[in-house]
Design a binder for this molecule. Structure first.
Ligand code: AMP
Length: 636
């Protein structure tokens, strides 16, 4: 069957299509209904079926590959590496699960995981999956404020963390931010479980904080049976930024997610049991959930967990790891490749990468020169894939496991099976034709693996994602797209105020809220500006309460540093604006709306379009004067 027919089947007869895919995983109890779509837009997949993500990823393989590698850990930060077979991984997961149970964690309880890229983080996620607890991983690069808001939303019984991570050889302590976050949060977890890596001092709060190592010893021989979960129970929540300052908890099920991932491993990533999959993402992001922690193991592959950066100790490290572990399938992000481009090209070809079949890139637009550079340099196919935290697996790409479709530079590809993708006019909701720009939208029901709802807020799920087009219940990705005559879709950027810095999704509102909390700042706006390396960077325009501060270079620099430090402390360095630009006023419409797109256009040297609605056009001149002389210099 070709990709077109495969896709057609998945949309015209969802039940038979997904029933067939469901056999890729083990069901403890068969489902009675493939899809319950009686309450649009809420879709319930594989109703009545009982399964378990951890069982499918680990236990299921014990009869055939117990002593084969399952989890390989490489840390170029600490110089450590470890490898666990499926049997060893199961034992570690059961130990972790036993510790959790001893701390009162039960089915349905939330566990926040705020950890660096260490095996214990993977144990913790699978341990939750095993006993039916809901994990909520918070990216280790986020700081106290971001963590606190997530703790309050998830209301975890337990938090699992560590003394520190490390980035580029520099230790990044975690415990201070964690303590501050718990202090700020209204919800207090009963316990905090801590992995002590011996990297940073870690004060313990008696009664609340517990050390992992001695507890692991205590539960060394623990046998923790799998808890069979109804397909629609919750496996995890993962927070993502939107247009408000309050992140959304993307909630996923168990059965639909397992089936979707298993299908994607077969049709999209084409991984085989016994091979090694290497995703250089982080467990704090959706790619890490789907394609470090669960997907490869579901397919019987070993997964490589990498603590490090692509250029440390040198820019050949990714390919050295491919050589060392005979990696077959690799997943990374365009920014990582753009970073490599600045280094010695010989590092690309110095290692034996003959095991590698395909490199997948996602998370942000893949520019043509980068795609060409890496594909030609490695001599391997490079496949772009477009998706979101909300969907959990690719919306647009090519599925070489179905048909050997050629890729087209600049386009992630075509709609994947299960996704009824339409490009719609943002005003009318009418479908646009080839070559016309429209909002990338998905006709519900969303396929298995996609978000069930926003954690604790069904109304927000419906209103945010299904409420943007008039009279139509359709899921909006909030991305612009355009389709060519052959059906390849090209992504043209966001329709909302979300920006994408080095593949990290950031809400400009969160950064604005932090800056405006500073006593010297009266008003501010943050926009994304095109950047050759990171795709986009954040530029903050601030109106100071006392404008004279900006006139004195010393005071201005001190204030800039202070503002950047407060973003670092509160949200994390990942959210730090590349520049802070004091201006006397923000460009607004007469009704007081800040004209972000106008500012963005000016920053990028584009035509700002219709300026007739602006209250005070002189402000634009000031912005131009402020951004032009320095170009896109970065403060970071
Ligand atoms: P996240 O939820 O953090 O994965 O961010 C998802 C957003 O990143 C999408 O809505 C797009 O704006 C962008 N994105 C992800 N993958 C791609 C891609 N392959 N090409 C272009 N944009 C992408």
């Amino acid at each position: 069957m070709n990709l077109h027919d495969f896709h057609e089947w998945s949309i015209s007869d969802r039940e038979s299509f997904w029933r067939e895919q469901a056999y890729l995983i083990h069901w403890h109890k068969p489902f009675t209904k493939v899809l319950d779509y009686s309450k649009p837009p809420f879709a319930r997949w594989f109703v009545g079926g009982e399964t378990n993500l951890c069982y499918n990823a680990i236990d299921r393989h014990l009869s055939t590959r117990a002593d084969k590698p399952a989890l390989i850990w490489e840390s170029t930060e600490t110089g450590q590496s470890r490898s666990y077979t499926f049997r060893e991984l199961q034992r570690e997961v059961m130990r972790m699960a036993a510790i959790m149970q001893s701390l009162g964690v039960e089915r349905g309880d939330r566990v926040v995981i705020y950890m660096p890229m260490i095996p214990e983080a993977v144990f913790a996620m699978h341990a939750c999956a095993r006993i039916g607890a809901i994990h909520s991983v918070v990216f280790g690069g986020f700081a106290a404020h971001s963590l606190a808001s997530r703790i309050d939303d998830a209301a975890p019984r337990l938090i699992i963390s560590a003394d520190a991570g490390s980035r580029g050889g520099k230790v990044v302590p975690y415990k201070g931010a964690l303590d501050e976050a718990i202090e700020r949060a209204a919800h207090k977890p009963e316990h905090v479980l801590l992995v002590d890596r011996g990297l940073a001092a870690m004060p313990r709060m008696p009664g609340r904080d517990l050390d992992y190592a001695p507890l692991r010893e205590r539960f060394l021989d623990a046998e923790v049976p799998v808890v069979w979960l109804e397909s629609n129970e919750i496996s995890y929540t993962l927070y993502t930024s939107g247009t408000t300052g309050r992140p959304k908890g993307v909630q996923r099920d168990v059965g639909g997610y397992a089936v979707a991932l298993a299908a994607s491993m077969k049709y999209i990533y084409c991984g085989n049991p016994g091979e090694t999959f290497f995703s250089s993402s982080d467990i704090g992001w959706v790619v890490g959930h789907s394609y470090i922690v669960y997907g490869p193991l579901l397919a019987g592959m070993a997964t490589l967990l990498f603590e490090g950066t692509p250029v440390h100790p040198d820019a050949g490290i990714l390919w050295r790891l491919v050589e060392r572990h005979r990696v077959s399938v690799m997943f990374s992000a365009p920014t990582a490749i753009r970073v490599l481009k600045k280094h010695d090209h010989a590092l690309l070809t110095q290692y034996d990468t003959s095991s590698l079949r395909t490199l997948f890139l996602a998370g942000e637009p893949l520019d043509e020169p980068t795609a060409r550079w890496i594909s030609e340099g490695l001599g391997k196919p490079v496949i772009d894939n477009y998706w979101q935290t909300e969907t959990g697996w690719p919306i647009l790409t090519v599925a070489r496991g179905v048909e050997d479709t050629p890729t087209r530079l600049g386009s992630p590809g075509m709609p994947m099976y299960g996704y009824d993708v339409r490009l719609l006019d943002i005003e009318t909701g009418r479908e646009v034709g080839p070559g016309e720009k429209g909002v990338v939208s998905i006709m519900p029901p969303l396929p298995p693996g996609c978000m069930q709802t926003v954690w604790g807020d069904d109304a927000r799920f419906v209103n945010t994602y299904f409420g943007s087009l008039p009279d139509k219940l359709v899921y909006s990705t909030f991305d612009w797209g355009i389709r060519d005559a052959d059906g390849y879709t090209f992504i043209l950027g966001r329709t909302d105020d979300v920006i994408n810095v080095a593949g990290h999704r950031l809400g400009t509102r969160e950064i604005e809220e932090e800056l405006v909390a500073h006593p010297a700042v009266a008003e501010c706006t943050v926009v994304g500006m095109a950047d050759a390396l990171k795709g986009q960077v954040a530029i903050a325009f601030v109106v100071l309460r006392d404008a004279r501060l900006a006139d004195d270079p010393k005071q201005r620099l001190a204030l800039e540093q202070d503002l950047l430090a407060s973003v670092d402390r509160s949200l994390g360095a990942v959210a730090r604006p590349a520049r802070i630009v004091p201006i006397p006023a923000l460009p607004k419409t007469r009704s007081g709306k800040i004209l972000r797109r106008t500012i963005q256009a000016l920053c990028e040297g584009r035509d700002p379009g219709d300026l007739s609605t602006i209250e005070d056009p002189a402000v634009l001149e000031m912005i131009l004067a402020a951004v032009r002389p320095q170009g896109s210099r970065e403060a970071a």
